[in-house]
Design a protein around this ligand. Structure first.
Ligand code: UDP
Ligand code: MG
Length: 319
């Protein structure tokens, strides 16, 4: 009866798909998402972000965009990395909400419908939480499991454990995230940090449909370090405690030796002394290097922030 009923405007949900050489996966992802969209009242907008692909992915996206006006693309000028590609999509998309989804079909498109349901219930951030993961090495799974738990202990921000980048963000949350200028973007942390009404949906993470992972273990460890230094000062605090402990310990031992050698006469100037000394030097210089390494990580971030470079550069787009 109201005006709204007469002309219901369909709300737009942007699907943000960052991709790096995913030509075998994109067409299937597109088909599966379109199937899901048939059951939705909302309109889907595809936002494909080409993060420096060298295969047939971008030509496929461009052709599809010619046929379907709901397909948008952003070509970055080179490979800027997954997190920045997502940022580009979030900055430029038009949706009333956006869902970030990997191109390799590890995030099943069918979960989109569940996320949109939660959104309609009034939630502004919907994290998809992996109840189990298929097709990934035991080591990666174990490290991921430990990492999410250790990180959530180390930060003041309440972070959702086992959630990747597969999540729905309401326009409010998108605007909040878009207003954050930081260079090192750990989206999972930032999305928790902004607050709003948050919830989760569970899903089983599938194996990659085709192609190889662009996140080998070493890159995942980089992401983990980035997450820790972005969201936690705990390593710096630990360093301080460790340093203090070592100082107190060496003062204690010094006093003990002084008393023992001067008053109790138990001094035995044997070779053992040199060995202990050498060990102690190794130990302490190791600790110092470790400490400087940690400091360096934080300093590097300061350096990157003050340069204030753009997060990515767009070379072509139909948005
Ligand atoms: N990706 C990207 N830029 C990169 C690395 C990856 O856009 O530098 C994309 C990739 O194409 C995929 C998503 O990010 O759509 C997740 O990457 P991947 O599946 O390789 O990571 P994994 O799931 O193995 O952690
Ligand atoms: Mg993947």
């Amino acid at each position: 009866m109201s005006e709204q009923d007469e002309a219901p405007k369909r709300r737009i949900v942007s699907l943000i798909v960052p991709f790096l050489n995913e030509q075998e996966n994109l067409p299937l992802l597109y088909d599966r998402c379109n199937k899901v969209s048939q059951g939705l009242k909302e309109e889907l907008e595809f936002v494909f972000i080409d993060d420096g692909s060298t295969d047939g992915s971008l030509p496929w996206v461009m052709q599809t965009a010619e046929k379907n006006p709901a397909v948008k693309y952003i070509q970055l000028s080179r490979n800027f990395g997954h997190q920045r590609a997502i940022t580009a999509g979030m900055n430029l998309c038009n949706g009333d909400a956006a869902i970030i989804i990997d191109a390799d079909l590890q995030d099943p498109p069918e979960v989109i419908a569940d996320m949109i349901m939660k959104w309609k219930e009034g939630f502004e951030v919907v994290h998809a939480v992996r109840s189990s993961r298929k097709g990934e090495s035991g080591l990666k799974k174990l490290l991921a499991h430990l990492f999410y738990r250790i990180l959530s202990k180390m930060t003041e921000v309440q972070m959702t454990v086992d959630a990747g980048d597969f999540r729905l963000l309401d326009r409010k949350a998108l605007n909040a995230l878009n207003s954050m200028p930081e260079q090192h973007r750990y989206m999972r942390g930032l999305a928790s940090w902004i607050g709003f009404n948050q919830t989760t949906v569970e899903y089983v993470r599938d194996a990659r449909h085709a192609g190889v992972t662009k996140y080998p273990l070493i890159k995942s460890i980089g992401l983990a370090l980035n997450a820790i230094t972005s969201f936690s000062g705990t390593p710096l605090r630990l360093l301080f405690y460790l340093g203090t402990l070592l100082c107190l310990l060496s003062i204690g031992i010094g006093v003990y030796l002084f008393v023992a050698w001067n008053f109790v006469q138990r001094m035995s100037p044997s070779h053992a002394g040199t060995t202990y000394l050498t060990l102690a030097i190794f130990f302490v210089s190791g600790l110092q290097l470790f400490g400087m390494g940690i400091l360096g990580q934080y300093l590097r971030r300061v350096f990157d922030e003050i340069k204030d470079r753009p997060l990515y550069l767009v070379s072509d787009s139909n948005l």
